[in-house]
Design a protein around this ligand. Structure first.
Ligand code: BTN
Length: 317
C-alpha cells in the first residue's frame, strides 16, 4: 500500500479526525510527507480541514477508489470481497467473466469508472458515462440454471434495500430494472457459465449499473427513459458507500434464493404488478404475480395465465 492509500484510508475510516503526527509515525515518514499527501488529496477534490491540535478532518470527498477503506467497510461480511478497479473497461461483466473462467474467487468485484461497451439484457447496450457506479460481482453459488432469473430479481431487491438506507425509495420493474419517478436509474445483467455435467452454474457474474450523477451529455433519445439519483433527489451519494451497502444486502439476499423469501421485498416494491403489460411477441395481459423462480405471471383476456421467463414486459397502462 502506498502512502496516499494509507492516508486516504485513515481519513475515510476516521470518526472525526486523524493526527498527522501519528500517521507519520505509523508509516515511518516525516510529517511533511503526510502534509504533501493531504495536498495531493485536496488537488484530487477532497475537502480536508486542518483541526488545531487534532490533525486532519475529511469534510467531503469525491468518488475516490480506496481498496483498504472498502476492505475495512466490509470486514464483517461472510464473503471475502476482493476489489479490482479500472478507470475504463468495455464492460465489467466481460472482465469478470474472463476472471471467473481463470478461477478468480467468488466475491471478486470488478468496478469501472466508465464503460465503452456496457451491456444490458436482451442484447441491448447500457449507456455508461463517467460518474456512475458500474460493477460486476463473481459468485460461485452452484445454483441450478432455473434460478438465473431469481439471481437477477434478488439483486434488484438488494439494490432496492441499499438505496433505502440512503433514504431513496425506488420501484422494481420486472425483472432487472429499478425506477425512480417513472425513469430508469439502475439495470442488472446476470450472466454465467453453465456446467452441463452438474446441471448447474459454474459461476455467475452479476453486473449492476446505477446512474448517480446528472449527465449533461445524455443522448436525447435516452432523456425521457433514464434518470439519475442526483437529478431526482438532489443527493450526491458517494459511489463507494453505495457499493458497500449493496454488497452487504446482496450477501444476505442471495442466501434467500432457495427459500424465495427475497420475493417479499421484490413483490411489495414492484411497479409491474397489477399493470397491463405487453410482451415482446405482442401478447397483452395483466401482471398478477411472480413464480418462485421470479417468472412474471400474466393473466390474459381469456382468463388463462402465461408465465414470462425471458424477454421483457412493457407496462402499457
Ligand atoms: C439492462 O439494463 O438491461 C441491464 C444493464 C446492466 C448494466 C451493468 S453495468 C455493469 C455491468 N457491466 C455491463 O456491461 N452491464 C452491467
Amino acid at each position: 500500500m502506498n502512502l496516499r492509500e494509507i492516508v486516504l484510508s485513515a481519513l475515510l475510516c476516521a470518526e472525526y479526525s486523524v493526527s498527522g503526527a501519528e500517521l507519520a509515525a505509523d508509516c515511518g515518514v516525516s510529517r511533511s510527507a503526510v502534509w504533501k499527501v493531504m495536498e495531493q488529496l485536496r488537488a484530487e477534490g477532497c475537502e480536508i480541514e486542518s483541526v488545531p491540535h487534532r490533525g486532519y478532518r475529511l469534510v467531503s470527498h469525491p468518488d475516490l477508489f480506496c481498496e483498504s477503506y472498502l476492505k475495512q467497510a466490509v470486514r464483517d461480511c461472510r464473503t471475502d470481497w476482493q476489489f479490482r478497479h479500472f478507470k475504463e473497461l468495455d464492460s465489467t461483466n466481460n472482465l469478470a467473466k474472463a476472471l471467473a473462467a481463470r478461477n478468480a474467487p467468488s466475491g471478486t468485484v470488478v468496478i469501472a469508472d466508465r464503460q465503452t461497451a456496457g451491456k444490458g439484457r436482451t442484447g441491448k447496450s447500457f449507456y455508461s458515462p463517467a460518474g456512475n457506479l458500474y460493477f460486476s460481482v463473481i459468485e460461485k453459488l452452484m445454483l441450478p440454471i432455473s434460478d438465473m432469473m431469481s439471481v437477477t430479481a434478488c439483486t434488484a431487491a438488494a439494490v432496492f434495500l441499499a438505496l433505502e438506507q440512503f433514504g431513496i425509495t425506488t420501484q422494481i420493474k420486472w425483472v432487472n430494472d429499478l425506477f425512480l419517478n417513472q425513469k430508469k436509474i439502475c439495470g442488472i445483467l446476470s450472466e454465467g457459465s453453465f456446467n452441463a455435467e452438474l446441471l448447474s452454474m459454474d459461476y455467475l457474474v452479476i453486473g449492476i449499473g446505477i446512474n448517480l450523477r446528472h449527465d449533461a451529455d445524455c443522448p436525447e433519445e435516452l432523456q425521457s427513459i433514464i434518470t439519475d439519483l442526483e437529478t431526482e433527489t438532489g443527493k450526491r451519494i458517494n459511489k463507494y458507500d453505495l457499493l458497500i451497502e449493496i454488497l452487504k444486502q446482496l450477501e444476505i439476499l442471495l442466501d434467500e434464493i432457495p427459500t424465495h423469501s427475497y420475493l417479499d421485498i421484490y413483490t411489495k416494491n414492484s411497479c409491474t404488478l397489477r399493470h397491463t403489460v405487453r410482451t415482446d411477441d405482442g401478447t397483452q395481459g395483466i401482471a398478477i404475480g411472480f413464480t418462485e423462480d421470479a417468472g412474471l405471471i400474466i393473466e390474459l383476456a381469456d382468463g388463462t395465465e402465461r408465465i414470462l421467463r425471458t424477454g421483457s414486459a412493457t407496462v402499457i397502462d
